[in-house]
Design a protein around this ligand. Structure first.
Ligand SMILES: Cc1cc2nc3c(=O)[nH]c(=O)nc-3n(C[C@H](O)[C@H](O)[C@H](O)COP(=O)(O)OP(=O)(O)OC[C@H]3O[C@@H](n4cnc5c(N)ncnc54)[C@H](O)[C@@H]3O)c2cc1C
Length: 414
């Protein structure tokens, strides 16, 4: 039986494995279960899809041990890559972040910890847990669940009948060929419709324009500009004290929802969008898709309920979807949904069943209600989205990985 099994080898699982190794856990006692080839593969794939060149988060948020570790690493490479830390928060370039992560992974030989596979169930056994996977079972005294964000939502109602034909794709879904989408737009003369109002939607829209493709960015609201996806006060006592003082998971969920700047982007990305609109390489519209038709082999028709020109929210002033106000049909080549993670719970449905079977506490929203040490039950810990009712709005971010690892390390070494 293993001493430690981390389920999920993304940013959180990789950082946790480094922290545990540094706390003295031996290589033989620890494994990281993840379906992909190498550490952080999912992050690497998704960030590369968006075309982002810089992270949104500051340079103190990375997978290494010490907060200033990435700055020291950047300093040693300065001759080669000046300009890879940007602005007041010294946000790292994706290239720098990845190079630093790879260096820390190699030094600590974290690849050796990996077990490839998907967890499909979890149950208690004498002395620990059994994790069922698609490649057999693993047994461990302690388990950390680091499953990442919930999967993106299924196709929207207006596309359910024809999603199989590849004309509607999710940016974070499987089997995505963005270059092909760009080429289809160029060949047909119809834009790719990128649906979403947040940073990833903006970044991938800009990426497609760089390919020379016509792009229509469709958002439900005008651009929302925020430097981060939640206020930095959520990283420390400024806001977390009141959050932790609140015991009701229902109220904590409401606080979380209120704290997140969903569908927002930093000024730098919003500025690049405005420039693209001015240069007419990208069209930006505020509205909601209410119907869709697979029109011809080359394209799709979408019925759009456009927002009132004064920027009032869609559906305000009686303009309910379907009322006729601001409705129009538009023709596009393909649709790229860039609407972020889904609203569900990571590990759905097996984890919910396992939690129910073991009688683990969950809130009305279905998410775990862990102890402040992030222990869901004895020797079972959570991080990332699964820990957000305890860690707060930054839980899903890189900062959340560092906050979670600190709590779990303290719990197991004290
Ligand atoms: C495009 C993009 C840009 C982002 N930029 C930033 C940023 O600049 N700053 C920031 O702080 N945050 C950012 N985030 C948010 C967040 O930091 C990342 O999503 C980060 O990858 C979260 O780490 P994670 O380990 O929780 O999830 P992931 O990196 O997604 O890793 C989770 C892993 O668990 C695996 N897994 C899931 N289910 C199972 C299972 N049943 N069995 C085994 N393995 C499983 C997944 O396949 C995956 O490999 C960004 C997110 C995206 C998508």
């Amino acid at each position: 039986m293993l001493e430690w099994l981390i389920v999920g080898g993304g940013i959180h699982g990789t950082h946790l494995s480094l922290v545990l190794r540094n706390a003295g856990v031996s290589e033989a006692a620890l494994r990281v279960l993840d379906p992909w080839e190498g550490p952080m593969a999912r992050w690497t794939e998704l960030t590369s899809r968006t075309g982002m060149t810089f992270l949104r988060s500051p340079g103190v948020h990375h997978i290494g041990l010490e907060p200033y570790d990435l700055f020291r690493f950047a300093g040693r490479r300065r001759a080669r890559d000046g300009g890879s830390l940007r602005g007041r928060y010294r946000r790292p370039s994706l290239e720098l972040f990845q190079a630093h992560a790879q260096a820390r992974i190699s030094e600590a030989t974290l690849e050796a910890l990996r077990e490839q596979g998907w967890a499909t169930d979890l149950c208690r056994i004498p002395g620990g847990f059994r994790v069922e996977t698609n490649r057999g079972a693993l047994e461990s005294r302690r388990v950390i669940l680091a499953l990442g964000a919930p999967s993106p939502e299924d196709a929207p109602h207006w596309a359910r009948e024809w999603t199989g034909d590849g004309s509607v794709r999710h940016l974070f879904g499987g089997d995505l060929d963005l270059d092909l989408m760009g080429r289809r737009a160029i060949d047909s003369g119809r834009p790719v419709a990128v649906v979403g109002g947040g940073i990833s939607a903006a970044q991938v829209a800009l990426r497609l324009t760089r390919q020379g493709a016509p792009v229509l960015l469709l958002a439900r609201t005008p651009l929302r500009v925020h430097p981060f996806d939640s206020d930095p006060g959520w990283l420390g006592p400024k806001y977390l004290r009141a959050f932790h003082g609140e015991r009701s998971p229902r109220v904590r969920r409401a606080l979380l929802e209120g704290a997140r700047h969903r569908g927002s982007m930093p000024e730098e990305v919003a500025g690049a969008l405005r420039v693209a609109v001015e240069r007419e390489t990208l069209e930006f519209r505020v509205g909601e898709i209410i119907a869709g038709r697979r029109a011809t082999p080359e394209g799709v028709s979408l019925e759009l309920l456009e927002a009132p020109a004064d920027g009032a929210p869609i559906g305000a002033r009686g303009s309910a979807p379907g009322s006729g106000e601001g409705r129009r049909w538009i023709k596009v080549s393909t649709v790229l949904l860039a609407t972020g993670a889904g609203p569900g719970i990571p590990g759905d449905p097996w984890l919910a069943g396992a939690a129910h079977g073991m009688g683990l506490p969950t809130g009305p929203c279905g998410f775990p209600v862990p102890h402040p040490s992030l222990r869901w039950t004895e020797n079972l810990y959570v991080t990332g989205a699964l820990a957000e009712l305890e860690v707060g709005p930054a839980s899903r971010n890189i900062a959340g990985a560092r906050m979670a690892a600190e709590r779990i390390r303290e719990a197991v070494t004290s």
